[in-house]
Design a protein around this ligand. Sequence first.
Ligand SMILES: Cc1ncc(COP(=O)(O)O)c(C=O)c1O
Length: 386
Amino acid sequence: MSLRDEAAELDAMDPLAGKRAEFDLDPEVSYLDGNSLGAPPRGVAPRMAEVIGEQWGGRLIRSWDEGWWDAPERIGDRIAPLIGAAPGQVVVGDSTTVNLFKAVVAAARLNPGRPEILVDAGTFPTDGYIAESAARMTGHSVRRVPVGALASEAGSRTAVVLVNHVDYVTGELHDLPGITAALHAAGAVVVWDLCHSVGAVPVPLDDAGVDLAVGCTYKFLNGGPGAPAFLYVARKWLEDFDQPLTGWAGHADPFGMTPGYAGRAGISRGRTGTPDILSMLALDAALDVWRDVTIDQVRAKGLALGEFFLRCLDELVPGARVVTPASRGNQISVAWPDAKAAMGKLIARGVIGDFRPPEVLRFGLAGLYVRYADVLRAAEELRALG
Ligand SMILES: Cc1ncc(COP(=O)(O)O)c(C=O)c1O
């Protein structure tokens, strides 16, 4: 069977094929960048018209008491099942970067008397920048350690370890339960960055005993550009979670206007200031696409898309150097000379992915809307680049 016939058959048999109709996507475009910016679910635009027209326009300030004020916790509880978290441990708001700062400083305060913070050496830059600054403020030093060596490098000096679940360049999926257990054995508090795994692969936070985690919602959760991030604090740490951004929205009595700070009980103490309601309610609407689909189904589709893409590359672009290992998230990365120019040409031909240094093309395989025909087309266009 030709790859074309196979792609057509796989698309016809795809149990998630109907989900694509819930997204506003140009059929002529092969969109393989959901690992950077997810596509817009169709339900978002009408919901935003309602939020702006009826809630903001009609109800005006009354809307704060009619669902806006509690949105960070309510939407956090909608994300919770996707990351293996029981209710009451996830709050939405601020950017991933800001939540990293809260989590790293709070983690250091949870584990006093240990002088160093370890950071995954391949981390997305913002994590490293934040860890360095947090360390300067809390009197820690930072060591960058490859993920594979974290378990052996962590020891009695290690207060906090910050690690990415999926490597943003290579797409490698790290062993979250195994690494967490090894780091706990060394006495460290572990903060996971889930940006590239949430909505792509199942994440067993509670079962793995993870301490703290952060993640963004504009990639595989399709929340929209700049959508607010989320913060997870394990129930066992909620009472002691002492985060540094002690804004009024995390106060025990936010409308009491008292001069001294006292953190609110539960996950709400992860909040800072006024929530970004428009972005947050766009995310809320985007999460509706998960109503009748499980993360396991999306993961299965992502893996199958990856298998097919790898076979297409093998057959059509035998010289292509895939840098994604067998343990992967929902992304395939290919080393390619002058990746920036190459991606520009692919985009001009209707295949949208992206590139990252050093010379890596990234193809995101969002199971909710990517077609097998899209990954075949990506391989065909790569071959055409020569
Ligand atoms: C792994 C990872 N962490 C953190 C961030 C930064 O997130 P934000 O810009 O929302 O703060 C990103 C952004 O792409 C990311 O990929």
